[in-house]
Design a binder for this molecule. Structure first.
Ligand code: SF4
Length: 63
């Protein structure tokens, strides 16, 4: 199963990924970046939605 990886140089901390896929992503407010808290918990393709919605294309899914 694909696992999401965040490019922290690209993440602008918008919070969209954590909104559409809260099981996998959460915001680290101290650095204003998203982090992957549970890479294997994606349900119903929400990670794909997070990849699509990320404004800076910071999220990739790796095998
Ligand atoms: S959607 Fe992209 S830019 Fe926004 S918090 Fe998530 S990884 Fe960062």
């Amino acid at each position: 199963m694909s696992k999401p990886v965040i490019d922290y140089d690209e993440c602008i901390g918008c919070g969209s990924c954590a909104e559409v896929c809260p099981e996998v992503f959460e915001m680290d407010e101290s650095v204003n970046k998203a982090v992957v808290k549970a890479e294997d918990k994606c349900v119903d393709g929400a990670c794909d939605e997070a990849v699509d919605i990320c404004p800076t294309e910071a999220i990739t899914l790796v095998d």
